[in-house]
Design a protein around this ligand. Structure first.
Ligand SMILES: [Zn+2]
Length: 253
């Protein structure tokens, strides 16, 4: 058999944590990395990590669209004070979709991202990066700050930037959208297996036309495994083993 790590879950947004974790354990999930996005979610995740030690590992972060929040500075302070207790810095990054840019300009997003990456680097923590429509800037800034450990989560960007990500020693993560999303599948096909880790981004709702629609849970990382093993044309046990080793290496588990 095999074991899996869900390297990116917003588990604080899912009710009944006990049953969600029990279901994950039953589906071979041996650890979940819980990512924060705001002052409130970071505090929730740190509290959950104390309830599920050696299973739920916290990462602290700030979504670009939360830059406009009233408690933005409180969150920045909280991250600085608690990052040593977390496994990584995330979810952080840039988002150039229209709705987000209306809340936070590119310039503001970039300066916050730079500051958070510098904190990650100073604390030797890997960065979990959200790069929607901002792949090039995300990569360039990560390089400029000389961050050594990073994962570009649910990567759907151009393959030319993916090559730079790989050359720089960074990783990408695959989500359950690997079952159907064209750009995501192309990235998974192109990345060496040694630079790929698995995630769910739960509770994101995945849908494929009229075929299916579901709110994801950490247990759905099994779907990600099945999809990547199909794309890479390797058996599931081998795919699980290598992606697990990658996550252990990246997060120093
Ligand atoms: Zn996320």
């Amino acid at each position: 058999m095999y074991e899996l790590i869900d390297s990116h879950s917003h588990i604080d947004e899912i009710e009944n944590t006990d049953s969600v974790i029990a279901e994950a354990r039953k589906n071979h999930v041996m650890a979940v990395i819980a990512v924060g996005t705001s002052f409130l979610s970071n505090q929730r995740i740190m509290a959950l990590a104390e309830i599920y030690p050696d299973y739920l590992y916290p990462a602290l972060g700030l979504f670009p669209w939360n830059i406009a929040d009233e408690d933005f500075q409180d969150n920045m302070n909280y991250i600085g004070e608690n990052i040593h207790r977390a496994i990584g810095m995330g979810e952080i990054g840039l988002d150039y979709s229209k709705g987000v840019k209306e809340r936070a300009s590119r310039e503001d997003q970039q300066s916050v991202f730079r500051e958070l990456l510098a904190t990650a680097k100073a604390n030797n923590k890997p960065a979990l990066i959200h790069s929607r429509y901002s792949w090039k800037d995300c990569f360039n800034i990560t390089q400029e700050v000389e961050v050594e450990k990073a994962v570009f989560h649910w990567y759907t960007g151009p393959l030319s930037i993916l090559n730079q990500i790989i050359e720089s020693g960074y990783y990408i993560s695959a989500s359950p959208a690997a079952e159907y999303h064209e750009e995501h599948r192309a990235a998974i096909k192109a990345v060496p297996l040694e630079r790929l880790i698995l995630e769910t981004d739960s509770p994101v709702t995945y849908r494929r036309g009229t075929e299916f629609e579901y709110d994801s849970r950490p247990a759905d990382v099994v779907r990600t495994l099945y999809a990547i093993s199909e794309i890479k044309n390797i058996d599931r046990v081998t795919a699980a083993k290598i992606t697990l080793e990658n996550a252990v290496r990246l997060f120093n588990l």
